[in-house]
Design a protein around this ligand. Sequence first.
Ligand SMILES: [Zn+2]
Length: 1159
Amino acid sequence: MKKYVVVWGATFFVVVCVSLYLMMETVSTNMGKSQDLDARLIEGKIARIRSDILKNQHTIQEIKDYVRTMSHGDEAVLEKLQKVLDQKDNIDDLGDVLKGSEVKDSEGDLKDKGIENKVVEFRPVEEVKLSGDTCSLADGPNPRADIQMLKVYEELKFDNPDGGAWKQGWRVTYPEGKWNSDNMLYVFVLPHSHTDPGWVKKFTDYYTQQTKPILDNVLNVLSADSRRRFIYAELSFFSLWWESLNAARKETVKRLMKNGQLEVATGGWVMNDEANAHYAAMVDQLIEGNQYLHGTTGFTPRSGWAIDPFGHSPTMAYLLKRSGVTGMLIQRVHYTIKKHFARNKNLEFMWRQLWDKDGTTDILCHTMPFYSYDVPHTCGPDPKICCQFDFARMSPSPYSCPWRVPPQAITDSNVADRAAMLIDQYKKKASLYRSNALFIPLGDDFRYDKADECDKQFNNYQKIFDYLDKNPQLGVKAQFGTLSEYFNKLHELTGSTPDSKPEDYPVLTGDFFTYADKDDHFWSGYYTTRPFQKQMDRHIETSLRSAEIALTLAAVYQKKHRLTGFPEDQMMQLLVEARRNLGLFQHHDGITGTAKDFVVVDYGERLLKAENNCRTVTAEAVSFISMATKSDYKQNRFFDIDETRPTHVSLIKRNVLQVSSEPSAVLLYNSLTHPRQQVVNLHVSDPNVEVTDAHGKVVTSQTDPYWTEPSIMSQERFKLSFVAEVSALGIARYQITKKRKNVHHSLGKVTYYNSEGPSEKSAFTVERKNSMEFTLASSHLEASFSGSTGLLKTVKMKSSGQVHKSEVSFQTYGARSGKERSGAYLFLPDGPAKSLRVSHPVIRVVSGPVVSEVSVFINHVQHVVRLQNSPGTDGRTVDMYNLVDVRKETNYELAVKISTDIHNIDKEFFTDLNGFQMIKHKTFDKLPTQANVYPMPAMAFIEDDKTRFSVLTAQSLGVASLQTGEIQVMLDRTLNQDDMRGLGQGVRDNTLTPNRFKLMFESRSAPPIKDRTSGFPSLQAHMTYLHLVHNIQILPQKSSVSVPPLISQHSFLSGSLPCDVHLLNLRSLQQSYDGPITRSDDSALLLHRLGLDCGISSHGLPCTDTQGKVRLRDLFSDTLGVKEMRRTSLTLLHDKGPTSLDSDLTLNPMEIYSFKVKW
Ligand SMILES: [Zn+2]
């Protein structure tokens, strides 16, 4: 009985609120004209009451539902009802979670009275408490290391003296008689051919003209003599070749791999770039390559081979280690560092991760000592001698020796002399290393493409080896040997194993950026070259992940429920093509932007295909899953992702949803494993709409004009924004209806500075203003802008009241004059950056309760800064977008700089390596500007004791912190000349290029540990980054179709994963590699536990910290029914046995875990 009283009590409260609201509305209209201040107070109250009403409407609906069922006297229902009423008692306290944004001028006068300040209702999300193991990395000391790369940089002078024959080294000597019959030098000569999957020729042209002949030759020459060896790396080419072979030749390949003559090293789809590539894409192309290799030949790579990527990242070392590789080789390391390592016999080391306390990531790494990987620079320090042992340069030949001493064929009469010359070089090279094993690569770009060349190399070397065999007193045992054979010998000689450290070998932490091959020729240009393709790459990467997960879930669901109709194999074929096209682009002349124009076009078209495929797969999988009755699903019928890209150089176009009085359904797909509340936007055909969620609740929304020109609004297209809520790995349904009157909907208010703005009439209020400064605010931030330039000046964090200087400016560089100038690879600026003059540009401000933004139209850039009213991560950042156009310039580089009040001592700053980890750098005055630029695939930050300032990026670009408090991000470069690294052209194919960033100020609860060589983003920054790149995908219903009944929302997870565990992928595996591509019933699950800095608190994150504990059984909802999970190596080639589904599995911070899942 008492409960009935409560029900009526609550209803009475609601009625009172409604009456009060109606009364207040009248009051405010009457008073508004005369008394601004009072009106404002009243408006605030109205907003508050309106919010209460919203919540109470919701409560009433719930109460009504329960009352309806209460006639049966159901105790459980009564209990639920009590709960609803209790919650009602609490929601009154949440009124201020979110206020509408305001445009204020410098006097602080409210200027947006035309726009109602509404309060949007959200569940409050508390700070995520982090402790223990989760924080152990950032709080602990640096891992023990004998060589720390930042320290090496601090100590070296970088003075570049002339070293003689070895120009960048010194006159190498060794003790006479050091090697003899009792102390042999074991030399492993390894023929190799570096085949770029696209560079100055297109991928397929390289294949037909050069790579296929190379691989055909290799098969022949290795079959002819079991002493011969060869190493190969690029599976993209190998796959084409494999498919061209008959059954007998395939068997020969398998035999040569099995008997150790043919080694495939790394086994990636390509030899990936290590600066711009994101670890997700690196892992993906590694899995694709390894799976293909193993699926066709049964071969498992044991060694890593990276002779050409332009600088090396420890992330690659980590991925190789976790793939089961035990030794790796790198080549493009700064010449001064090579020399320094050679002096100290440190060219071979155990490469340890910057965060690895226990040394479990250590991997043996061999660094090549000299200038290049060609024969003149691999046999020893004197290229003039070594060139004489490149028998491919023996006349007649397309190649010759620039040192003007040609090779001589080895004969019985000259073998003694020639061998003596060669082993002198071998011994000099060996004296730079610690063991008596010596590795000698024998090859170059696209070598061994002629049978004659193969014969010359293999036969002449064999004659020298035979001679040395007969003369053990020379102390050299030489043979053809693979990289793995070399590493095995090294372990044998040093008494170690592939899993252990040779006793006196050093441990190294750090990276090998920024690479220079000579003088001050730092290769930091390619961090930014062809930024259009770099941003498109990242967009496809996240689309691919999203499509992979959606396909796996849809296909597993279909199987579990014995359904048919979802075309999983067809989707799988699209996905495999997308993987391979994206994988190809990770090549060190792909994402780097260092290929010829027509090759860039070829990559672009492949990327476009990949993007379209991902869109199709996601749209079909999400449509299928969303059907209330799955048999209603029809392919290509109901939903599509709301974006298209007409050509490979076009900007993404958003489709326009044709709204009508009939509701249109929009599906939102969240591929991340925690629920999200985030502003989403889509384009609609009418400015007046109503957005409702799946329960019919009206959601606060805003439409803004869509601009065809800075001052011209489209009459057919409008931008709709609202805060959406989507569950973890889930789909949510919203409805959009054309509606004239909707109190929950606002039109963005437009203000122009420095311009008259549009002249034609529109639905939107337009104001013209002149002001020194204006302010935009969101729920958590307040940003001030210059009224004359429209550029950001300060950011205030509302929670602490702290105001930070954050001045945005644009910077330009020219190319220095002389013979060697900036090009695709090199950044050789003509001096310090100059500020781009910004004088009274058109400034357009649009503000409203959901989104507010400033657009500035300056020479070369359309610059947008946006604030969002959202309880999610997007409510706590300043978003920055630029549309860059440098096509009218020559030898011109454009950067954006944010100058803050952060006092980063010694100009220390942190950048990410492949989006996987953060490394500390210092800006060194002893080095030129171009040396102080680093890759930024994901983020950079600077910090002092109190505050950290981070720039998160949605695309790979170059970054620097040249002055205290600054972060400068390179945006685009147009260069008129070749920089003499083989490309043979400048970079002139610039196009209109978008980029996206998030700027974050975060308060530190404790000062950072001073001598840390690595950094960790806060949980907030991690989540914000994930939200930046992994968009909630928007799938509006196709026009003029009637959509069958849909589920209201869906999650594939039974809960959500802990905040710091990222679902890197859920990848369907290929059934077989013979015949058409079909989907296997097994899939690969990759989980990555992020490494965090707990010294910065996190807010608004709907997830928890479990100290890395995950129970696999609980991961996916019962509808999917996981049968078995087996732990594997990263690329799934090494099985590590079954994992218990029912006990807690502990994931360590920073580590990636792979599982094979049986459903
Ligand atoms: Zn290459």
